[in-house]
Design a protein around this ligand. Structure first.
Ligand SMILES: Cc1cc2nc3c(=O)[nH]c(=O)nc-3n(C[C@H](O)[C@H](O)[C@H](O)COP(=O)(O)O)c2cc1C
Length: 289
């Protein structure tokens, strides 16, 4: 009996270690078995999963309501260019956008805030389903918040690379030489996190349907990328898998907002390199009927 009571703390500690080991193992094998399932698509099925609102006010219970307002229609006459000018402008824009690359080495040099505000303002000119403008652009320049974002992203990305995404994903990315270390999240002067608003809240507190909110926000992101290219800034389009809920809470965004994209923004580092990728020729992407 005396021997048993002396052993009890040691036995309890051993038991905890064994239970802990079994728990970690079962979690890991769950991720692995999901990755082996050929129908499992973590970049779709998990990326947009966000149950982080379960402890918050359940806005989903709010009554759906759409504004019925009569808006006047006004004349619209944008500039019309001669055909040669159109050809020249289209060629100039093509040249500009052909130089766009995803850059993962960003300089810490400061960028004027006005420029960032203007490119976001430009992104906000995107069309949106029923003109709902279902986007929020969170601009982070505070070093401590950037670092918190980096910690969250790197922790999840390590799981993506090591377990969640499976061998094929890791092989497909190998030629880009990316990994879970994201130094640019500390270094870039700005991080722009783009949230889609899955629904809106009207001044009377009622819920407003945001039609096609994801497509609308993606169009807006495309315009943002073009606007950044136009001013000589760089970014890398990133969709940090499984980080949405944590980043939303860190940035204190409401439950109707889901993270869609994270763009580190700045000048390219002086020694930046990019993979020498080739783009499909026009004949491979365009069909005239
Ligand atoms: C939806 C989407 C998600 C992406 N996610 C990542 C990412 O998480 N990390 C990364 O380094 N690059 C990411 N990229 C960048 C692509 O790897 C890059 O666009 C592609 O290799 C082509 O290179 P380019 O942008 O220089 O033309 C993403 C691009 C898109 C469009």
């Amino acid at each position: 009996m005396a021997l048993l009571s002396a052993l009890t703390p040691a036995l309890a500690a051993l038991l905890c270690v064994v239970i802990g080991f079994l728990f970690v193992k079962s979690k890991g094998s769950g991720v692995k078995s999901q990755a082996k399932n050929k129908d499992f698509r973590p970049w779709v099925d998990q990326d947009l999963q966000d149950n982080s609102n379960v402890l918050e006010k359940d806005d989903d219970d709010a009554e759906d309501y759409n504004e019925e307002e009569d808006i006047p229609h006004v004349p619209y006459s944008p500039p019309r260019y001669p055909e040669e000018t159109m050809a020249m402008r289209s060629q100039d824009f093509l040249s500009l956008m052909s130089q766009r690359r995803s850059v993962r080495f960003i300089s810490p040099e400061p960028v004027p805030r006005e420029v960032i505000d203007n490119v976001i303002h430009t992104a906000g000119t995107a069309p949106s389903g029923a003109h709902t403008e279902p986007w929020t652009f969170v601009v982070v320049s505070d070093p401590e918040t950037k670092h918190q974002i980096r910690l969250i992203v790197e922790e999840e990305e390590e799981v993506n690379y090591r377990k969640r995404m499976g061998d094929k994903w890791v092989q497909d990315l190998a030629r880009l030489k990316t990994n879970w270390i994201k130094e640019y999240l500390d270094v870039a002067p700005y991080l722009i996190l783009i949230f889609k608003q899955t629904y809106g809240i009207l001044p009377n507190g009622k819920k407003k349907t945001h039609y096609y909110n994801e497509i609308s926000v993606c169009i807006s992101c495309g315009i943002l990328l073009a606007a950044l290219q136009n001013v000589g800034l760089v970014t890398v389009t990133s969709t940090p898998l499984n980080c949405g809920p944590q980043l939303r809470l860190l940035l204190k965004r409401p439950a109707n907002e889901k993270l869609l994209m994270l763009l580190p923004v700045g000048y390219p580092a002086s020694d930046a390199t990019v993979p020498d990728l080739k783009r499909k020729p026009l004949d491979n992407i365009r069909v005239h009927i």
